[in-house]
Design a binder for this molecule. Sequence first.
Ligand SMILES: [Zn+2]
Ligand SMILES: [Zn+2]
Length: 321
Amino acid sequence: MKSLFLRGEQVRLQEIPSPSPDGEPRIALRLAGICRTDLELAKGYMGYEGVLGHEFVGTLLDATDSLSAGTRVVGEINCGCGRCSWCHSGLERHCPNRTVLGISGRPGCFSEQLTLPERNLVPVPDSIPDERAVFAEPLAAVIEIFEQIPVRPMDSVAIIGDGKLGLLIGMVFTRHHTGPAFLIGHHPSKWKSIPEIPCIHENEIGNDMNAQFDIVIEASGTVSGLARAQQIIRPRGTIVLKSTMERSEPLNLTVSVVNEVTIVGSRCGRLPTAIRFLERTDLPVERLIEATYPLDRAKEAWKHACQSGALKICLKTKESA
Ligand SMILES: [Zn+2]
Ligand SMILES: [Zn+2]
C-alpha cells in the first residue's frame, strides 16, 4: 500500500506491506491532515523514521467488541502500555512506554491503512463530515487548554501565532470565551479564515501592549514566541506553551520569575471530548483546509504544506469520495 514515509530528512511516497488482519484493528484512511509537528519530524524532531501522519478520519475494517466494521472513526494517537500508573489513571498520553501514531514507534496515518488499539478508537457521528472530523486531534489539543487552566469569563487572552493551530485556538476562543481575545501573527492573508477574532500584526506590538493579558497562548512554533509572551503577560498571568520544535535557543526567564508568571506546557487532549464538541457546535473548522490532495499526490501535498503561510493541507483516499 502507498504511504508517505520519512527516512532521515527525506519524505517520499513509498509502497509498504499492508497491516496484518491478525493484529490491531485496521482502519482504511478517508482523510488526513498535515500538521506542523509532521514538518518538525522531518527536521529531526523526535528522531522518528517511518510513515508520517497523526490527524485522520477513517473507516474501520475489522469489527471490534464495541464497533462494527464500516464505522467511521478517529483515533487517540497515544498508545500506552496499559500497565503503568499513568495508564491506570487514564493518562496514557503520558505513559513513559507509549508509542504515538506517526510520531514515535508506530506507523502513522498518511497511508492507505493504519492500525490502532481498539481502546483508542472513537466513532464519528454521521452529522460530522470527514472535513470536520479530521480536526478532532488538533481540536482535542485546543480543548486541553481549558482542562489545564481556569479561563475566567472576562480574562483578556492573546494567542501568539497564526499557523493552523493558532487559528484553531482563535476559533475556539471566539466561540467559547466572553472576554477579549486577540491573535498575533504575521500572515494577514490567513486572518480572513477567522473573521470573528481581532488579529494584530506582530510588527505592531508596541510597549503599550506590555503586561496587558491574563492568558497568553504561545502557538507560533518559534523560539521568539515565548519571549513575546513574557512581554505581554500580566504579572501573575498564565502562559500556555503549545509549540513543539526541533530547534532550541537559550531564553532568559527572569521576567517570568519577577512577575510570578505561571508557565503551562500543553500537548494532546481527549478525542471523545473533541468529537462531542464538533457534534454540539457549528465551529467552522473546515474553513482552515486550504487544499486536499489524493494520497497518490502526497509529495505535492507535502510541498504545499511546507510553504510558509499554508493552512491545513489534507490527503484523501477513494474511501472519502
Ligand atoms: Zn498534530
Ligand atoms: Zn503505561
